[in-house]
Design a protein. Structure first.
Length: 168
């Protein structure tokens, strides 16, 4: 059985007037994240990790920010489309690990809901999904409270043994 690993990353600055959405979960805060979609950095990192593991490019290639159809789109919808894309290439997720880096707001109270929601979106048992929250101890744009960044690692397995990337 073929297994593949991908790494994803995303970062967005804070902006007033938008809700803060992380792993598809609304986190009460005075600001949200600025971006073309709903700016869910965690789900964007997961999408990139999944796409990277399947060698299918990145989220910016699949959902360009200059395309009007993606303006304000839910990152949950982007993840669903990403999953369809990787499954079409013969892969399925096995495990996902996410780190959200933020000085504010405190994310510990929301990690469980994020983990449950992400597991549900991926069709995985909760034991195969991890969501962690970290700070930078005052370092960088995150430490200055200017935004949030996220990292994700995804493990995929090939479920379609008849798929052969060398065939034409």
């Amino acid at each position: 059985m073929e297994m593949r690993v991908g790494l994803g990353y995303d970062a967005h600055p804070f902006v007033k007037g938008r809700p803060l959405i992380l792993c598809g979960v609304h986190v009460p805060y005075e600001m949200g994240l600025d971006g073309h979609s709903d700016a869910d950095v965690a789900l964007h990192a997961v999408c990139d990790a999944l796409l990277g593991a399947a060698s299918l490019g990145d989220i910016g290639e699949l959902f360009p920010s200059d395309e009007p159809q993606y303006a304000g789109i839910s990152s949950t919808a982007l993840l669903e489309r990403t999953l369809n894309h990787i499954r079409g290439a013969g892969y399925e997720p096995v495990q996902v690990d996410v780190i959200i880096v933020a000085s504010e707001p405190k994310l510990s109270p929301y990690k469980g809901a994020m983990r449950e929601h992400l597991a549900s979106l991926l069709g995985l048992p909760i034991t195969s999904v991890s969501v962690k929250a970290k700070t930078t101890n005052g370092l960088g744009f995150v430490g200055k409270g200017e935004g949030i960044e996220a990292y994700a690692v995804a493990l995929l397995r090939r479920y379609d043994d008849s798929f052969n990337e060398n065939s034409t």
